[in-house]
Design a protein around this ligand. Structure first.
Ligand code: KG4
Ligand code: ZN
Length: 387
């Protein structure tokens, strides 16, 4: 079925080179036609974190192949829905005309992020827009994460106000969204982002990169062991003076802000204390990870619930790389269901939690709908772009 319009989106704000094509179906809803992500995780695992210069060079290498694959996948997807046979060779040859004739808008991440990384995708999109005389839509990366919750949803599924807890390697924020394009940041991190704290704790314990999934896995092991030991595990851990309990930074400061650098320091102090007896055992690592995850999740969940109480949103979105965290998802889901059953809690599919361009395309989709589009020479890159 012919799409009303199509958007090619490009995202390179940190360490994923990503491109996606989203179309508008006959009812005017977004439909995902392709979503290609080239991850640099292996590259950055060697250094235990993202080295900006290395990231931008890797974007340079991947950007054209990633855009080409996104166009190719989108064309195949359309051919499939039209019940035509797919001839890969014909599809590859026709990509230029697909880009010229069928893509109506170019969307680019315009910030926030690493400047050297942002520049690659931003300039690629701007150049396509200039050469092919296409309108362009600059998208805020956090806005993209919020829309990751609505990638495979119809526009009727979006009910305002929305509160989004966006937690990733670069950001931790609570955003109030009263309408498309109307944002208020009600809280944000004063220092480290939640994902950054996971990564730093993993680095401290020499567990590898990215830290989130590894720390979370060890924490889960600790909880499973404790549950097996005692049905009353929760009571025991939370009240036991023996168990490790890390501080909950600025939990009761009356704001919706976060601060995680003190938590990271508390982990360091604990590790040093334990190291006096020699190397950390697997059990000790697991216990530290669980206590760290407990503290971080407690702060995120408590402030989210207070924000819901104050702003009474219809939807609550959990987005960003850390939204892949099973424990955070579970605790937030349980608490919201019990205390605010009227609030619709939305978590994006795991593949849309980390950085991707489908979220940028869907955010751009709603800009197009309200006519908020620009020319190639009207857009600006801002590595500190605020919503
Ligand atoms: O959104 P994202 O891909 O990139 C940024 O915009 O930063 O997020 C990456 C971050 C990393 O810090 C990574 O450790 C964290 O998300 N992360 C997790 C999990 N999976 C990824 N943190 C906690 N638990 C996870 N399962
Ligand atoms: Zn991100």
């Amino acid at each position: 079925m012919k799409k009303l319009f199509k958007i090619l989106a490009i995202e390179t704000s940190c360490d994923e080179t990503a491109a996606s094509v989203v179309g508008a179906d006959q009812e005017g809803n977004p439909i995902l036609l392709s979503n290609v992500v080239s991850s640099q995780i292996d590259l950055h695992a060697k250094t235990g974190g993202v080295v900006p210069e290395v990231a931008s060079r890797a974007h340079m290498e991947s950007i054209i192949p990633v855009i080409t694959e996104a166009l190719s996948e989108a064309k195949k997807q359309e051919t499939r829905t039209e019940n035509q046979t797919i001839d890969n060779k014909v599809i590859e040859q026709d990509l230029n005309s697909f880009l010229q004739e069928e893509i109506d808008y170019i969307a680019v991440t315009a910030g926030p992020g690493l400047i050297g990384s942002l520049l690659v995708g931003f300039n690629a999109g701007k150049t396509i827009a200039y050469a092919l005389k296409k309108p362009v839509i600059p998208i805020n990366h956090i806005e993209g994460h919020i829309y990751s919750a609505f990638i495979n949803k119809s526009k009727k599924d979006i009910a305002f106000p929305i509160i989004s807890l966006t937690v990733s390697g670069g950001h931790s924020s609570l955003t109030l969204m009263k309408d498309h394009g109307v944002y208020e940041t009600i809280g944000e991190t004063l220092d480290d982002a939640a994902g950054e704290a996971f990564d730093k704790v993993a680095q401290l314990l020499e567990l590898g990169y990215p830290g989130g999934p590894i720390v979370s896995k060890l924490a889960q092991k600790f909880r499973e062991k404790k549950t097996a030991e005692s049905q009353n595990y929760k009571l025991k851990i939370e009240n036991s003076s023996k168990g490790i309990v890390f501080p909950r930074p600025i939990l009761n400061d009356g704001t919706f802000n976060f601060s995680f650098s003190g938590l990271k320091t508390a982990v360091l102090v604990q590790v040093k204390k334990m190291l006096i007896d020699g190397e950390l055992t697997q059990d000790q690592n697991e216990e530290i990870c669980a206590a760290f995850e407990d503290a971080l999740v407690d702060v995120l969940v408590t402030k989210s619930l207070r924000a819901i109480e104050k702003y009474q949103p219809k939807n609550f979105v959990l987005a960003g790389g850390v939204a892949a965290n099973g424990y955070l998802r579970k605790v937030l889901q349980e608490k919201i269901t019990v205390r605010f059953p009227e609030v619709n809690f939305i978590i994006p599919e795991i593949r849309f939690c980390g950085d991707n361009a489908a979220m940028i395309a869907v955010a751009a989709f709603y800009h197009v709908i309200r006519g908020d589009i620009k020319a190639w020479n009207e857009i600006e890159l801002d590595s500190n772009f605020r919503l």
